[in-house]
Design a protein around this ligand. Structure first.
Ligand code: GLA
Length: 384
């Protein structure tokens, strides 16, 4: 697990300065997949994997970025930071600096150490954690503090405009605004949100298929294009439909034939997923775990069959969980095409559940999975 004291001493040793230390968490999405950029609903929780950022000012005009995970250090002049991506891990912190500069802030000279334990490429938002950790660290040097939703939007923009990935707002939002022991129902249209408590007797078991996922890859972008194609086809008849958030299942019955067959399936997923996500938040708030589990199962089917964003290993992981004692609901979480499944499990059964699922998955696929029992944690914050 991430250790703020260890980060502090490595920063001190490397840069000779005692840093201020910040943490920004990764996330698991309980339900609401590929709905954020369609201005719909998502319900993620921040988890206890995080990126730590240690920051201290410098007097030589330089910005020095160090990643313990990559064992790599880069040096820039604060007055001449890259304005375009470099294709390197440092694009995530550099993107945040570029967006802050674009907002009119003069980027000061500083040393930044990053060290995280969010598994990379697993659909748990390691990149959003790096962006948000960098943003809160740099804010502290600038003496400013954006409201959480505004900070999340700036970090999303750094990923869209600098890194060049077309992600929505979910990951950055939950990393900045998560609440301990709660999932968060976010309306991605106006960024209003509602917290839904995760009962103490329910555990979040995250099972990594070990199939790597990348949202900069083509599949995420092509799904997003198909979602937009479907919205445009409906808008020809109902101009008030700007995003699939505004569309209904009836629209698909009426106008589905005017879309490509792929766009129709993607739209069916997004439209029904929005309905499921709002219902899931309601179920969680009313402690109706049976209803929540059913919605998660339906969401997985829809994600796998209509959105075609699952993979054989993720379908296997979800399938193998079904008859294990204690399971409430299981589905593939995150951008898709690999990564992790999220399993809501009765807390007193979580250890045995995790062990049995791991064994079953290894026997079925020959891949040893990593399975973590996580807790919903708070959003980005200062540690010291
Ligand atoms: C990735 C993106 C998010 C969201 C999910 C899918 O995590 O970063 O914005 O679109 O995929 O729900």
């Amino acid at each position: 697990m991430h250790d703020p004291e260890a980060l502090r001493s490595l920063h001190l040793k490397r840069f000779g300065a005692d840093p201020a230390v910040f943490a920004a968490p990764g996330r698991v999405n309980l339900i609401g997949e590929h709905t954020d950029y369609a201005e719909g609903f998502v319900m993620p929780a921040a988890i206890d994997f995080a990126t730590l950022a240690g920051i201290s000012p410098r007097t030589d005009g330089k910005v020095v970025l160090f990643s313990e995970n990559y064992g790599d250090e880069l040096v820039y002049h604060a007055a001449a930071l890259p304005s375009e991506r470099t294709g390197h891990w440092s694009d995530y912190p550099l993107g945040v600096l570029a967006i802050f500069a674009g907002e009119g802030h003069k980027i000061p000279a500083f040393s930044l150490s990053l060290w995280g334990d969010v598994p990379l490429g697993s659909g748990l938002s390691s990149s959003a954690a790096v962006e948000v950790a960098t943003a809160v660290a740099v804010e502290s040097l600038l003496g400013i503090q954006y409201p959480g939703p505004v900070l999340a939007r700036l970090c999303q923009r750094s990923e869209n405009e600098f890194v060049g990935s077309s992600c929505g707002i979910m990951d950055q939002f939950i990393s900045a605004n998560g609440a301990k022991d709660h999932a968060l129902l976010l309306d991605c249209r106006d960024l209003s949100f509602k917290l839904a408590p995760i009962p103490g007797d329910v555990a979040l078991v995250i099972a990594n298929t070990m199939v790597s996922h990348a949202i900069t890859g083509g599949e995420y972008t092509s799904r997003r294009a198909q979602v937009e194609e479907a919205a445009a086809a409906i808008a020809r008849h109902r101009p008030e439909v700007r995003f699939l958030r505004d569309a209904t299942p009836e629209d698909l019955v009426k106008w589905g034939h005017e879309m490509s067959p792929e766009a129709l399936k993607r739209a069916r997923h997004v439209i029904t997923e929005n309905i499921r996500t709002v219902a899931a938040a309601d179920a969680l708030i009313h402690n109706d775990m049976k209803a929540l589990g059913k919605l998660m199962a339906e969401a997985h089917q829809s994600y796998s069959k209509d959105f075609e964003a699952s993979c054989a290993e993720a379908d296997t992981m979800v399938g193998l969980a079904q008859d294990l004692p204690g399971l409430i609901g299981a589905r593939l979480t995150g951008g898709g095409f690999g990564g992790c499944t999220v399993n809501l499990v009765q807390a007193d059964q979580a250890q045995t559940f995790a062990a049995s699922l791991g064994k079953r998955y290894e026997a079925a696929t020959g891949i040893k999975p990593q399975i973590h029992i996580c807790h919903a944690s708070g959003g980005a914050h200062k540690i010291k």
